[in-house]
Design a protein around this ligand. Structure first.
Ligand code: GCB
Length: 605
């Protein structure tokens, strides 16, 4: 009996909640946990639920079957039915679908395990484990103790492990579950591959006792000569000195924390070289406390709308964009690193873009940082896609949480000019309430970006009408339309009539059609490059005439994997609307779009 009680006490799970996000992790003191992880496929979640379907980690009494214990026994009588160390391995970061053929269509639970040793560089320091993203739901355990749960496949999260980590033989176990469900964000139905796994970087982050957790250093809304924002210390206290310096601008100012360990600041400055696509100037910015100095590279620019105009640093611009999924089409896999980001953004540059729509969820931080460096403006979006469960409060909180994590991570990137709330959601009262909630949340976290959402148009009495009520609350009225693909005549497209109910900048956030690269025919044969080319020509003639048009982001840069696209010999599991094939070959329509952007660039000089 005594033995049993001790055993029970030993395995009482340590339940923690997801902790506040650390930003700018690439400039912190980190140890990568990328690489080879063991995995166990567990479709019945045997490692998580007992035979009464009760989660082990929520009971007092535990059991060796729970995979997160990574139990090793020398007692040959004991029943242990798993062994990570003898299991196969997956590479992290990376989706599992593209790594083993048998996991290609898998949707369910896979357990990941990685062992590591750790030596603190200073014994008073603290340690965090950070995940760039896990799709979709993660339960994280270190040395058999639960660190917490995270839901949402495209945003980062971290847990403190200071009290749990040991010098040697730590075992980090993550239950990753990518099952789709109706109340999730996104919901069951999407037109992209539901790549599962630890899809982004994993790292340990060592920090001093009191450290810089989060900060915002941006031009103040409506002011081109005031840098403003905040710095938030973790375990902070009052009267700590925080210094912000931007050597190139001769800024070096100190501020004193309030009782919450935060500062709010405003710094007047002049002679800023403003960030723009033509000149993507980033300044070294240092945030210092007595314990730490954290560097970032930050660009300063203003973005606002006046009537139908989008003004970047006061000058009217046209968003010459392209939509992009977070996929390396040539690998047929989730994109996750700088090299993948460079391929995509180089193509966008070649197309003549100054802007990309990162659809339909927050992409990894590598591409956002690269956009900052390359001078590519960014629309960042959360996966409130099609028919999410708008009436469900948990669904709303989940969407708010994902939006919050995206904004927290990326708010210091000059490249980000638009936060998008949703894509093609059907108007209704509950939908409106849901989106208004997201809009307010977004404004409370960051008032310096423009807000938008990809809406829809409808057709009545000879007019294309854009009148979605939510447009009243957005800065940019964006809508998707597929004339010549899902309906509508290409012949007539250039003469289409428009009725857009808002005096705001208008962006066509999607248009396009499918073509199998290398398939040729006449402009009237679907799936040929010629049809796609003609579709682009006619759509562009139409788009040019849309009142207040200030941007386009055609669908899409590359062919991308989608289980919805089953036409044999043509689609074979790929959405073929790419301007570039999954072998990296440009289709004819790429050059149609390129020519259009050359013309637009001259118009907006
Ligand atoms: C859309 C969606 C996009 C789809 C695309 C298509 O309107 O926003 O996610 O992939 O259409 O190809 O049908």
């Amino acid at each position: 009996m005594k033995h049993l009680i001790i055993k029970i006490l030993l395995f009482i799970p340590f339940i923690a909640i997801s902790q506040e996000l650390l930003i700018n992790t690439s400039n912190r003191n980190t140890t990568s946990l990328n690489g080879t992880w063991n995995y166990i496929v567990d479709p019945y979640e045997t490692g998580y639920y007992n035979y009464r379907y009760e989660p082990y980690d929520q009971q007092l009494q535990n059991n060796n079957a729970a995979f997160y214990n990574n139990y090793h026994t020398t007692n040959k009588l004991e029943l242990v039915e798993y062994d990570f160390d003898k299991s196969l391995t997956l590479t992290v970061p990376g989706d599992w679908n593209s790594q083993y053929e048998k996991l290609f269509y898998y949707e369910g639970t896979i357990w990941y395990k990685r062992s590591f040793d750790y030596t603190f560089s200073n014994e008073n320091n603290r340690l965090f484990v950070y995940f760039g993203a896990i799709n979709y739901k993660a339960e994280v355990y270190l040395n058999g103790k639960k660190l917490g749960t995270h839901e949402g496949g495209f945003t980062p999260f971290n847990f403190e492990v200071t009290e749990i980590v040991k010098p040697t033989n730590n075992y980090l176990v993550v239950k990753v579950d990518n099952k789709r469900y109706k109340e999730a964000i996104p919901t069951i139905n999407t037109d992209w591959w539901n790549y599962g796994g630890i899809t982004r970087d994993v790292k340990l982050i060592e920090e001093p006792k009191t450290f810089i957790q989060d900060y915002k250093v941006q031009l103040k809304k409506g002011a081109s000569k005031i840098i403003s924002g905040y710095v938030k210390l973790n375990n902070g206290f009052a009267n700590e000195e925080v210094t912000i310096s931007v050597p190139e601008l001769k800024i070096n100012k100190s501020f004193i924390t309030d009782e919450k360990g935060t500062i709010q600041f405003e710094i007047n400055t002049k002679n800023i070289s403003y960030w723009s696509p033509e000149s993507p100037k980033l300044y070294d910015v240092f945030i210092k406390t007595t314990q730490q100095s954290l560097k970032d590279e930050i660009g300063f620019r203003t973005i606002e709308t006046v009537g139908p105009d989008i003004l970047l640093n006061g000058k009217s611009i046209f968003l010459r964009g392209i939509s992009i999924h977070e996929e390396n089409a040539m690998r047929g896999a989730r994109a996750y690193n700088d090299a993948d980001a460079l391929v995509a953004l180089n193509w966008a540059k070649e197309l003549g873009c100054n802007y990309v729509r990162l659809a339909h969820y927050p992409h990894n931080e590598h591409i956002v940082k690269l956009a900052d460096k390359m001078g590519m403006m960014v629309w960042e979006e959360i996966p409130v896609y099609w028919t999410v469960d708008f009436a469900n409060e948990k669904t709303l909180n989940n969407a708010k949480n994902q939006l919050g994590e995206a904004i927290t991570r990326d708010k210091n990137r000059a490249a980000i000019i638009i936060w998008s709330m949703a894509n093609e959601t059907p108007p209704s009262d509950v939908r409106n309430t849901f989106l208004k909630n997201l809009i307010n949340h977004s404004k409370s976290l960051d008032d310096t970006r423009l807000l938008s959402a990809a809406l829809e148009k409808h057709y009545k009495d000879g007019f294309n009408i854009v009148d979605d009520e939510i447009g009243n609350y957005l800065d940019i009225v964006a809508f998707n339309q597929y004339t010549g693909w899902y309906g509508g005549s290409l012949e007539d497209a250039p003469n289409a009539k428009w009725n857009i109910k808002f005096n705001k900048p208008v962006v066509v956030s999607e248009f396009g059609g499918g073509a199998l690269q290398g398939l040729h025919g006449t402009k009237n044969e679907r799936w040929t490059e010629e049809y796609q080319e003609y579709l682009y020509e006619q759509n562009l003639k139409m788009i040019e005439k849309i009142p207040n048009i200030r941007g386009t982001s055609p669908w899409i840069l590359n062919d991308f994997r989608s289980p919805k696209r089953v036409l044999p010999g043509i689609q074979d599991g790929w959405n073929r609307k790419g301007l570039i094939s999954n072998h990296g070959i440009k289709k004819k329509a790429f050059f149609t779009m390129q020519n259009f952007y050359k013309k637009i660039e001259l118009q907006y000089q």
